[in-house]
Design a binder for this molecule. Structure first.
Ligand code: FRU
Length: 485
């Protein structure tokens, strides 16, 4: 693994020419995705600034241009008309002000009136590397690039630690106010959320208080990327608790969870109606963001980073890493969250085959289970060994996903085998395979499981027990490796 000095990681990009050669080198990699958003060069992590504005979906990702390393972060901009075909738009936000000199960190967007507004964390560090996180804003300009305000909206609170970041902007119709939710850490190192309110987007912000979530006063050491939305009369609070191990998550200390309940803006209390659940049971899933301005009371649209902080992936050797998930539609029925890929993904289908023995590099699988224990192996070697194995135990109503059989193994110290308990017996699995990821949707979205995966040339076999029937669609490419900076 390459060792980076601080200067290398925090180098400012002065001209696109500095990364042109890197771009042509990595775009030739056999692990580049065909239909998932991925970094133009270097590293992509959290989705940012996700909103529908004038008929176009805008999405940004945390981007470090230089390689697979968490260094100086930019917002890189992509756009889409259907959440499936994505276009590279170039740099959205660059760390070019004193208040964001060491990174334009995560944040969100909202459209109001005729404009699209962005809220992000300006990660300032002084010469002694002491950090001050500012909450900053920008507005989409005529040239399609966000224009920053000259000054941050507000600085950090001294009665919390330096971890105060990732503003999520929401409008509350009852109060006729905007609220910003900020991921934070108390001085005694507990994860929490700080709430700010204002009647205007670009001024008048005042601190409302700390979010209260009964039962979650001691739940991880920092809550990154909080997100909240009302779906079918319930509120969903999504966040990424850190610095803690959670049951069934191996050695990982980074997670993405959700609570369903009610948000009360008078008392700043989120009252959960059920225990927290993992937003996805997979290995690589973090920092989920819900799109703003979907304007449908029964649906949210979500994109997440396929990856985890502090983890390492085989494409680091090629100087790039990371990918976004497919856009997912979230619904809540009878208190149960359902996640499914947006319908438009079906446009990518290009030729269908029943029970093939070999998997195309980019494909969708529909697996129907007639009952009982079942085994499905993706990416088996030619001799039938190895692969990415999914085992269903009918008595325990549990799927176990095991990636130890792959030639390229990674994050072995964190987890390689994980369980996914199901709510109802296994009937249907939809699996989306791209060149370096797999996303599983179980029983019409009751559970999901997302993983990076790096199959080599001899790993394309598909093997399963007789109680499974598999339909495979080859999928067309919908992202391009255009060099736009
Ligand atoms: C989550 C996170 C955010 C931060 C960003 C920096 O992965 O640590 O809290 O804003 O990444 O890239």
């Amino acid at each position: 693994m390459k060792q980076w000095t601080r200067d290398e990681r925090y180098r400012v990009l002065k001209s696109p020419e500095e990364i042109r050669e890197l771009h042509s080198r990595i775009s030739a990699s056999g692990f580049r995705q065909f239909y998932h958003v991925q970094p133009v060069t270097g590293l992509s992590s959290d989705p940012n600034g996700f909103a529908l504005y004038e008929g176009v979906w805008h999405l940004f990702y945390q981007w470090c241009p230089w390689g697979a390393v968490h260094g100086l972060k930019y917002w890189y901009h992509v756009s889409s008309e259907d959440l499936v075909v994505w276009k590279n738009e170039g740099i959205g936000l660059a760390p070019d002000r004193d208040y964001d000199n060491k990174g334009t960190h995560s944040g969100s967007a909202i459209s109001a009136g005729d404009d699209l507004y962005f809220f992000y964390t300006g990660n300032h560090r002084d010469e002694n590397w002491v950090r001050t996180p500012y909450t900053c804003a920008a507005v989409l300009g005529e040239d399609g690039r966000p224009e920053k305000l000259p000054e941050p909206l507000f600085g950090p609170r001294p009665d919390y630690s330096e971890h105060q970041r990732d503003p999520k902007i929401v409008w509350n119709e009852e109060k006729k106010k905007y609220y910003i939710f900020i991921g934070a850490q108390t001085l005694d190192l507990r994860g929490t959320v700080l709430i700010y309110e204002s009647e205007n987007l670009l001024s008048g912000w005042k601190f409302s208080g700390q979010l209260k979530v009964p039962g979650y006063e001691e739940f991880g050491g920092m809550w990154e990327c909080p997100c909240i939305q009302r779906i079918s009369g319930k509120d969903i609070l999504i966040f990424s608790p850190q610095y803690t191990k959670l049951p069934g998550r191996g050695e990982s200390t980074n997670h993405n969870v959700y609570l369903i309940g009610q948000m009360d803006y008078d008392t700043l209390t989120f009252t959960p109606e059920a225990p927290y659940q993992y937003l996805d049971y997979g290995f690589d899933f973090y920092a989920a963001q819900l799109a703003a301005n979907v304007e449908d009371p029964d649906r949210a649209v979500m994109i997440t980073w396929i990856g985890l902080p502090d983890n390492h992936y085989p494409t680091e050797e090629e100087d790039w890493e990371g990918s976004m998930t497919l856009a997912r539609e979230l619904r809540i029925q009878d208190g149960v969250l359902y996640q499914n890929p947006v319908r438009a993904v079906e446009k990518l289908r290009d030729g269908m085959e029943k029970d093939p023995k070999v998997l195309p590099a980019a494909c969708e699988l529909e697996v129907l289970c007639s009952g009982g224990d079942a085994d499905l192996t993706l990416f088996a070697r030619k001799d039938g060994s190895g692969g990415f194995r999914i085992h269903y135990d009918a008595e325990r109503n549990l799927c176990t996903v095991d990636r130890t059989g792959m030639n390229l193994r990674f994050n072995q110290n964190v987890f390689e085998v994980l369980d996914m308990p199901l709510k109802t017996p296994l009937k249907k699995l939809r699996i989306f395979i791209d060149r370096s990821s797999a996303e599983l949707f179980v029983n019409d979205g009751e559970e999901t499981f997302t993983s990076h995966i790096y199959p080599q040339e001899d790993e394309h076999g598909l093997i399963h027990t007789d109680n499974l029937s598999v339909t495979v669609w080859k999928l067309k490419a919908s992202v391009r490796d255009d060099f736009v900076i």
